[in-house]
Design a protein around this ligand. Structure first.
Ligand code: SAM
Length: 246
């Protein structure tokens, strides 16, 4: 999958992309990252990418010409493929695992990181296909949002995670549940013991316990998710919910 990232702080993106799983994905040819500095597309010798807002007020606004030129460069680099342009914005649709799954089936995306007060609105009108927010709070720039998108998509791409860290049992997987609790050695720690069933070697019972924990956790922690799951529970799941866990 192709990730084009347009930013005035490429080093923020590049640092993260050189770490563990992101690096492994690129080395395996599963992802292709292209990080472009919007400053390189500025028209003046000072590489200016922002200017004062029309109408007055605080802050600066990202200029249309360099951002537009960066988008056109990134788009044409993959023609005839038409990669969607996504602007990271607190005003966009909220990112979640279902969207990550949807995006992981695409050939690529162009991620546009804003700064200051944001982009000149005309860039959005001309180029942006979708605005994505990573939550109802305001960040200083779109880079963290772009990395959140890249990370959550990349770990869903075939061959990126090994068996040991498979995404299938993660929270928000297609079954709509939270993950179960996990334990590792030592068996006793701080007067706390690993649940006996996990030490039993009984695979069917372990699977059942994990499912039960996922159900109970989702029910108690995320009533909003539980609302959708409750009506489609299987007979087996209903039975698991009735078993006393103490
Ligand atoms: N004035 C803008 C507003 O209130 O909608 C906020 C601008 S913010 C300080 C600068 C940049 O950070 C934005 O252009 C956007 O790219 C990014 N950003 C901030 N919060 C974000 C969020 N929740 N999700 C995604 N990107 C965000």
């Amino acid at each position: 999958m192709i990730f084009e990232v347009l930013t005035i702080f490429p080093e923020i993106i590049e640092n993260y992309l050189s770490s563990a799983i992101m690096k492994r994905a690129e080395q395996a040819d599963v992802t292709h990252f292209h990080v472009r500095n919007i400053r390189d597309f500025a028209l003046d010798k000072h590489h200016t990418t922002d200017d004062m807002p029309f109408g007055g007020g605080p802050g600066m606004v990202m200029k249309a010409e360099p951002v537009s030129a960066a988008i056109e460069f990134a788009s044409s680099a993959h023609a005839p493929e038409k990669l969607p342009v996504v602007y990271l914005s607190p005003q966009g649709q909220t990112w979640n695992q279902a969207l990550a799954r949807e995006f992981s089936a695409m050939p690529g995306i162009i991620l546009l990181c804003g700064r200051y007060e944001g982009l000149d609105e005309r860039i959005i009108e001309k180029h942006v296909d979708l605005e994505i927010s990573v939550g109802d709070y305001v960040l200083t720039g779109g880079e963290l949002g772009a990395l959140i998108m890249i990370d959550s998509i990349t770990r869903l791409l075939p061959g990126v995670l090994g068996n040991s860290d498979s995404a299938q049992q993660d929270s928000f997987s297609e079954d709509g549940l939270l993950d179960c609790p996990h334990y590792t050695r030592p068996e006793f720690w701080n007067e706390m013991r690993v649940p006996e069933v996990l030490m039993s070697g009984h695979h069917a019972k372990i699977k059942e316990w994990r499912r039960q924990m996922s159900l109970l956790r989702t029910k108690s922690r995320r009533p909003d998710m539980w609302k959708n799951i409750e009506s489609v529970l299987s007979k087996e799941d209903k039975k698991l919910l009735e078993i006393d866990t103490n």
